[in-house]
Design a protein around this ligand. Structure first.
Ligand SMILES: C[S@@+](CC[C@H](N)C(=O)[O-])C[C@H]1O[C@@H](n2cnc3c(N)ncnc32)[C@H](O)[C@@H]1O
Length: 213
């Protein structure tokens, strides 16, 4: 599946990057992720895309199968590596932080990716996650787009928030903190939101911090 996605994201890289520019939804998501705390260095974002989250949060390294997405991330000062999260091309225990933002829903085997995070993280390393819970109004909104054949979302597989947390626990991560954002419904004129502590099913964005046990 990653080959297909590599081409699709490659075709829309510029457009994808431009969407984030001063977007209140992005600013709300960043606020929720920053509430989790500082990203220790060195940090790697898996599925870095054009590097908007990596740059805003301080991840120095980015992994992605799409060279077009990576070339835009590189321009933001991210050190880029081409590859997939299921088989991360790194030695064991070298990163103090891993990030996964809007990427788990696009990988064919999320468990494998989490396992790879565990392998490349140092002991006590941190995993930062940002995703759309399937049960939220935003999850349903994007699933509807997928059903209608949206060129990107039809490849996404959204999961319930609890399912993702269970996946982390099964791979021996402990959840340290969670913040929610995007309580606004998808249909309104988007506005910037302050994050709320806790993981709420009605929120369209969950920011989760987990530690490798
Ligand atoms: C929705 S974008 C998210 C990009 C970035 N994290 C952001 O939030 O702006 C998903 C990214 O995952 C990448 N991707 C797809 N399959 C992947 C895989 N198996 N391993 C790592 N990245 C993958 C895509 O190329 C794309 O850049």
């Amino acid at each position: 599946m990653w080959r297909k996605l590599k081409n699709i994201f490659g075709e829309i890289a510029q457009e994808y990057d431009a969407w984030y520019d001063q977007n209140p939804l992005f600013l709300s998501e960043i606020k929720a992720l920053r509430a989790l705390g500082e990203v220790p260095s060195p940090g790697l974002e898996i599925g870095v895309g054009t590097g908007v989250f990596a740059k805003a949060l301080g991840f120095k390294y980015g992994l992605d199968p799409s060279p077009e997405m990576l070339s835009l991330a590189q321009k933001k000062g991210i050190f880029c590596i081409c590859g997939v999260g299921e088989k991360a091309p790194f030695k064991d225990h070298i990163f103090k932080a891993c990030g996964l933002f809007f990427t788990l829903c696009f990988v064919s085997d999320p468990r494998k990716v989490i396992r790879e995070c565990r392998r490349i993280l140092t002991s006590g390393g941190l995993l930062f996650l940002g995703f759309i819970p399937q049960e939220s109004p935003w999850g349903k909104f994007y699933e509807e787009k997928a059903r209608r054949g949206h060129r990107i979302y039809r490849w996404a597989h959204f999961r319930k928030g609890e399912e993702i947390l269970l996946l982390l626990k099964r791979e021996r991560f402990s959840i340290l903190k969670g913040y929610s954002s995007l309580f606004q419904p998808p249909s309104t004129q988007p506005y910037e939101e302050e994050p709320q502590e806790g993981l709420w099913p009605e929120a369209g964005f969950w920011a989760v911090l987990a530690i490798k046990n």
